[in-house]
Design a protein around this ligand. Structure first.
Ligand code: NOJ
Length: 511
């Protein structure tokens, strides 16, 4: 009797969750992933390595910022030790073996490899650390995927203007060449830059990432052009000097959330929002014409003229530069977490500081608690937005091969993370919906392997499959329920909404 009641309750619960999240795909209980589909996990250097001043590493902009003004970070913490992966990388790889994953996305710390920022001095100890990590991964058939730049710019380069200085195109190219030369015999997947919008808007147009320049409507556009040119430089260097001998791929990891019209009247507003928020960096590389999206060029030029600027604040590409940047990615790298709703009415006039990127875009966006699962406000769970985004990428850019370089969910800690499990399953299912309709998605990296330094949120927002104990000098890592669920997904190459893990201890399955 009790069992029947529980089953009925579970059924009603599943139906209501399905309804409220509009999961088209929950019609299937078990869904298979395409043959050859790759599962992995992701981290980034400053978020996990620690060892901030060890063995010759020079400071980066996050070292600088967190040391000078500690409580800019919500819990007044920093990445000095973080997960201590500089020393604990073997345990990290052991966790990947427990999960059975096929690849690991991690990033290189530029000032750990090049302490002067330039190729005149190569820090052997830093190189050794990455060699050790790569070799440990390969020993267990885990493919290394490297991000060259995941936000930890050498502080010295920041003092020269960072991403607003056009010379960064040369500096980044020189650094990329060294990395290909040092590691490219074993590393075949290269992401140049992680999340251009976050680097440029949040770091230069706002105060929500280092270096917090906050020069709205000006600096984010300077950064945007230099970043795209620097990416293209790193791509061309690989193409010209390494591709024939190393046979790898080079791409860029975009952050793209989905922007949904609040009503039918807002379709145009939402479309423009998608163009500003992510197509800004995609169109120059993936469209047939190249260059920024036309609507972005028009709106920024018109606003700039109205405001009395002598030229558009959007630094435009010359025709040669358009060609240089177009078609410089072998794969579409996508980081996706959530969806926002969008509208535009008269209230937008004066809503944002002017000039600014948001004022140029001229739409209002919001999220509601309807989609909140769990205790964190950080990652509202709206899986159908992932499906819509993947569909738009397929339709607008001629169905590129997509790697999901990040997808995940924030909690405030605890091993029993049913909310993360629900989010993971429904997002994977939404991804499968898009694949069934033709999207060429071939890989999925869960963010993150383990809890880590979540930028301005410090260690408050937790993204890990493994919980990290920051009170413990050993930084002990313990698998959460989501780790056991992810392991089952990887092992069975399928998604079973009803699977309940019974293990509490992780083991390594022999292959
Ligand atoms: C985006 C970033 O690439 C990563 O560093 C961050 O921790 C996650 N998403 C979660 O916010």
């Amino acid at each position: 009797m009790m069992l029947r009641f529980l089953t009925l309750f579970a059924l009603i619960f599943c139906i209501s969750v399905t309804e409220s999240h509009k999961i088209k795909s929950a019609r299937h209980d078990v869904r298979n992933f395409p043959e050859g589909f790759l599962f992995g996990t992701a981290t980034a250097s400053y978020q996990v390595e620690g060892a901030w001043d060890v063995d010759g590493k020079a400071p980066n902009i996050w070292d600088h910022m967190t040391h000078n003004d500690p409580c800019l970070i919500k819990d007044c913490s920093n990445g000095d030790i973080a997960d201590n992966s500089y020393y604990l990388y073997k345990r990290d790889v052991e966790m990947m073996r427990e999960l059975g994953i096929k690849f690991y996305r991690f990033s290189l710390s530029w000032p750990r490899i090049l302490p002067t920022s330039f190729p005149d001095e190569i820090n052997e100890a830093g190189v050794q650390y990455y060699n050790n990590l790569i070799d440990e991964l390969l020993k267990y058939n885990i493919e290394p995927m490297i991000t060259l730049y995941h936000w930890d710019l050498p502080q010295k380069l920041q003092e020269l203007g960072g991403w607003t200085n056009p010379f960064i195109v040369d500096w980044f190219g020189d650094y990329a060449r060294i990395a290909y030369r040092l590691f490219g015999d074993r590393v075949k997947y290269w992401m140049t830059i992680n999340e251009p919008y976050q680097v440029c808007y949040q770091g230069y147009g706002d105060v929500t990432k280092a270096p917090r320049l906050n020069m709205k409507g000006i600096a984010e556009y300077m950064c945007g052009k230099n970043l795209l040119m620097a990416h293209a430089r790193a791509y061309h260097i690989y193409d010209d000097e390494f591709r024939s001998s190393q046979n790898g791929v080079v791409f860029i990891a975009y952050s793209a959330q989905w922007y949904e019209p609040e009503s039918e009247n807002e379709i145009q507003a939402a479309e423009e929002c998608n163009q500003f928020m992510w197509a800004f960096y995609v169109h120059p590389i993936f469209s047939e014409t190249g260059d920024y999206p036309p609507i972005v060029k028009e709106r920024v030029a018109a606003k700039s003229a109205e405001q009395g600027f002598a030229r558009s604040r959007l630094i435009e590409f010359t025709p040669e530069e358009v060609d240089y940047v177009r078609d410089t990615a072998d794969i579409f790298g996508l980081n996706h977490y959530s969806t926002n709703f969008v509208y535009r009415n008269d209230s937008v006039n004066g809503y944002y500081e002017s000039p600014s990127f948001y004022d140029d875009m001229g739409v209002i966006m919001y999220q509601t608690d309807e989609y909140k699962i769990g205790e964190s406000d950080f990652t509202k769970s709206i899986p159908w937005g992932f499906y819509k985004l993947l569909t738009k990428i397929r339709e607008d850019y001629n169905n590129p091969t997509v790697f999901i370089c990040e997808n995940g969910f924030a909690t405030h800690g605890g091993l029993n993370d049913d909310d993360r499990v629900q989010n993971m399953r429904t997002y994977l299912s939404a991804m499968l919906d898009a694949i069934e309709e033709g999207s060429d998605v071939r890989a999925y990296a869960f963010w993150s392997l383990m809890d880590n330094f979540e930028w301005m949120q410090g260690y408050i927002e937790r993204f890990g499959l493994y919980e990290v104990d920051y009170e413990d000098p050993e930084r002990t890592r313990t698998p959460r329920k989501s780790a056991f669920v992810y392991k089952e997904i990887v092992k069975t190459h399928s998604l079973d909404f009803h699977y309940e893990p019974t293990d509490t201890v992780m083991t390594i399955d022999e292959l």
